[in-house]
Design a protein around this ligand. Structure first.
Ligand SMILES: CC(C)(COP(=O)(O)OP(=O)(O)OC[C@H]1O[C@@H](n2cnc3c(N)ncnc32)[C@H](O)[C@@H]1OP(=O)(O)O)[C@@H](O)C(=O)NCCC(=O)NCCS
Length: 311
């Protein structure tokens, strides 16, 4: 029988997810709820759960709408396949068929795998061939590749010099207006939205700031195991283990780039996480392996952009 997500049992959905995906992508019920129905973009009409006669979950598809209503940048005509899991590919095909029909009827042009606001995946996991093959057979076309990086921060300390006139520290409540001015000026789209939402949930301790003169000129979002609303790479907290940490996004004002601020900001923010007791730390959804590699990070998960034309 097919159901909407209205009365979804998230423990059962997480059980199916964890049987479907390789262990490094394991999630729990809270995370699944947070990144699906708790999102303002969750698409109640295009998402669906299939159960069998014994009320066991056999598959589900979670779709999100474009984030164009939340911030600038996203394509209004794209929807996102936020999550899919099934016990049999035929069930996956059936659920995806329904989702595509619904989206086509609304005149949408594309279904993108992941990359949604409040995402699990920045693309299809490259090491999960069953899923990528399934989506390619469905007609999804490949694009660029991204990766996550990881390292254990035990014993980490920053070795990069702090450029003259830069001040690097955790932000405080009194810095929030400066943070907003900086994000408006430099990263007004998804990052402004994500950072603002994260600060509202966890407080200013999740932002490490770069101050230059009277203005804020850089930031790094940092997360650790005490956080209640993990975003980005922190969704893989189960695989990262106790005392997990996460860094990113990170950004420096355009006018200050290329003079060492980025390395110093990254180094000091990682030192802050190490001092908190973070062990495995993730930096997600990037292509900058040299920049992060200079701090001992190594590539871990790989994702391939996949997108399906609905026209
Ligand atoms: C990435 C960023 C924070 C680096 O800040 P920065 O102040 O320019 O960094 P630094 O001057 O300390 O230089 C850091 C190193 O990274 C390299 N680097 C920085 N940005 C890069 C990019 N987009 N592509 C490739 N290399 C880059 C620099 O060449 C430098 O390498 P080097 O030490 O071998 O010379 C800054 O470029 C930025 O804000 N970019 C836009 C946001 C962004 O892309 N963030 C990372 C998302 S994963």
């Amino acid at each position: 029988m097919k159901h909407t997500f209205r009365d979804a049992d998230f423990n059962k959905l997480a059980e199916l997810w964890n049987a479907f995906y390789p262990g490094r992508y394991a999630v729990d019920a809270d995370l699944l709820r947070q990144n699906t129905v708790d999102s303002p973009l969750f698409d109640w009409g295009a998402s669906e759960i299939l159960t069998d006669d014994n009320d066991q979950v056999r598959g589900f598809v979670s779709v999100k709408r474009s984030a164009a209503s939340l911030y600038r940048g996203p394509d209004r005509d794209s929807a996102h396949l936020n999550a899919i899991a099934y016990t049999d590919p035929r069930i996956g095909l059936d659920l995806l068929f329904d989702a595509k029909q619904t989206l086509r009827n609304r005149g949408l042009a594309r279904l993108v795998f992941g990359m949604d606001s409040g995402h699990f995946f920045p693309g299809c996991p490259v090491d999960f061939r069953n899923l990528s093959d399934f989506l390619m057979i469905e007609g999804f076309a490949e694009g660029g590749e991204y990766f996550d990086l990881e390292r254990d921060l035990t014993g980490y300390s920053n070795k990069f010099p702090v450029p003259k006139d830069d001040e690097l520290r955790l932000i405080e409540a009194s810095d929030l207006p400066a943070l907003q001015r900086f994000l408006e000026r430099e990263f007004p789209d998804r990052w402004r939205y994500d950072v603002t939402k994260k600060v509202a949930a966890e407080g200013p301790v999740c932002v490490f700031g770069l101050f230059h003169g009277s203005e804020m000129d850089g930031f790094a979002l940092i997360q650790d195991w005490t956080h209640t609303k993990p975003i980005g790479g922190a969704v893989w907290r189960k695989d990262l283990g106790d005392h997990w940490g996460s860094l990113g996004p990170i950004g420096v004002s355009k006018r200050l780039r290329g003079r060492g601020s980025g390395n110093a900001l990254l180094g000091e923010a990682l030192s802050c996480l190490a001092e908190r007791g973070v062990r495995r730390c993730i930096i997600d959804w990037t292509t900058l392996d040299k920049f992060y590699g200079g701090h001992g990070f190594e590539k871990s998960r790989f994702y391939r952009h996949l997108s399906l034309s609905l026209e």
